[in-house]
Design a protein around this ligand. Structure first.
Ligand code: JFZ
Length: 443
């Protein structure tokens, strides 16, 4: 009996080891598969800056990003930390955020676990400067988000500011609280490796380890060093340590290149920037619906649904993802302007999603009237600007095409086969006022 038991244990152990090494040996394509399929994600910036709403002691934030108010207005930690006393999001409901993402057709959520201000938006044992220990609310929103994400099949991902930390005396970026006169000049910071090392050891690594061990499987660890590492206090060795830790604890977890290392998995473009050409390596654009990431009561510059959808489709047509931000208020509610736009995009996605999910660039030039996306044998023409002629010309040899249809109704669309291209007779009216999709099934 004892022998049988120990044999059984052996089998279980060997199987276990097998699983581990399998995850570690995941190919890059396997690792990126869900992300390439997803194409559309939700970014969430939420923290103490959400309490300030883009204004502090009667002074507007001196910059368009409200989450930068501490730095832009040179607010000392002793004052900034008092915002925590007012952080009591009675309207917070993880379920409603996650269902909003789901309704919009988004497949993952990246939320600020710690932004540059150094305040942890989860229950951290590393210090008390976190949402559980320092606010009247005293709850960990990431626990609820984990549950809601699992329930609705959304991937949970964390943003962590590993470079800028304005709270810890060793972090980069804060020259208003801390004397940095001995440092070298950097970019958005001063450089001092001796000063930075304790921050890395005592706060940054232990906090990222918490995120990787307390909240289940993560889709992405999203880092944010957008300048060159050489102009910061971060060393190559430190980044290797971070990446090794992530690979070790969560081998499936994707890392964006703003970590500052070539070992990361995909490229993050500059904020609200879009490439002009197809890019074949994995990339994304992080984008705002208005101009700020963190909530600001002064920012009313909302993009239209049409513009946002154009940016999403445009990114997919060039092989990239679109990570669109919401900045919830400190009470936990999402600005109505954002909710409206996400719901409108969602309505379109529900009917036209097959032209987005797992789709990518077609090897065709961008047409005047919109964009092309492609998945397997399907080519999708996204007609944003309905041509007056009522016709579009598509550079695909007529003989290569099996059928042409309206995506939503599958109604056939008339077309003429040319030698090198075909001419499509569009219906009299656009089927969708935002973007009418014509599907070409290729042979
Ligand atoms: C960074 C953060 O500082 C900002 O608060 C927000 O979280 C955003 C997503 O990322 O902001 C940037 C990043 C890149 C550039 C400028 C600001 N850039 O490339 O010019």
């Amino acid at each position: 009996m004892k022998r049988i038991l120990s044999m059984l244990m052996m089998v279980v152990m060997v199987a276990g080891v097998g699983l581990d090494s399998k995850a570690a040996e995941m190919s890059q394509d396997e690792k990126m598969a869900w992300w390439r399929e997803a194409r559309f994600g939700m970014f969430i910036h939420w923290g103490l800056y959400s309490v300030a709403e883009g204004e502090f002691e009667g002074q507007k934030c001196r910059g368009k990003y409200a989450e930068w108010i501490m730095s832009k207005n040179k607010i000392p930690n002793a004052k900034y930390e008092k915002l925590a006393d007012q952080f009591n999001p009675t309207k917070f409901d993880a379920e409603s955020w996650v269902t909003l993402a789901k309704e919009a057709g988004m497949k993952y959520i990246v939320i600020t676990a710690k932004h540059h201000d150094g305040f942890a938006m989860y229950d951290s044992k590393v210090s008390d400067y976190d949402v559980v220990d320092s606010t009247p609310w005293g709850r960990d929103p990431m626990v609820d988000l984990r549950k809601a994400c699992d329930k609705h099949g959304i991937k949970l991902c964390f943003y962590y500011s590993h470079w800028q930390d304005w709270r810890h005396p060793g972090g980069d970026g804060n020259d208003w609280d801390f004397d940095r006169s001995q440092d070298k000049k950097g970019s958005y910071c001063t450089i001092n490796y001796e000063r930075f090392a304790p921050y890395w050891r005592e706060k940054c690594i232990p906090q990222v380890r918490e995120l990787l061990t307390k909240y289940g499987e993560l889709g992405i660890m999203w880092f944010d060093m957008w300048t060159s590492r050489q102009k910061t206090s971060v060393t190559e060795e430190q980044l290797d340590e971070m990446i090794d830790m992530i690979h070790d604890l969560q081998p499936q977890c994707i890392i964006n290149k703003r970590i500052g290392s070539g070992r990361a998995d995909y490229l993050t473009m500059q904020d609200n920037r879009y490439p002009s050409k197809i890019m074949k390596d994995d990339w994304e654009t992080p984008a705002t619906i208005n101009d700020t990431w963190g909530y600001s009561k002064h920012d009313d510059n909302w993009k239209s649904t049409r513009e946002l959808l154009g940016l999403l489709v445009g990114n997919v047509s060039k092989g990239g993802n679109y990570l669109l931000n919401i900045g919830p208020k400190a009470d936990g509610s999402v600005p109505e302007e954002s909710v409206l736009r996400l719901r409108e995009i969602g309505r379109w996605m529900k009917a036209n999603g097959e032209s987005i999910y797992g789709a990518s660039y077609a090897d065709l030039e961008k047409p005047e009237w919109g964009h092309y996306t492609k998945r397997d044998r399907n080519l999708y023409a996204h007609v944003f600007d309905w041509p007056e002629s009522g016709k579009i010309e598509v550079d695909v040899p007529g003989n290569d095409v099996e059928s042409v249809q309206l995506l939503t109704s599958r109604a056939s669309v008339k077309f003429k086969r040319g030698g090198k291209s075909l001419v499509v007779d569009l219906p009299a009216e656009p089927a969708d006022e935002l973007d009418t999709v014509i599907r070409f099934v290729l042979k």
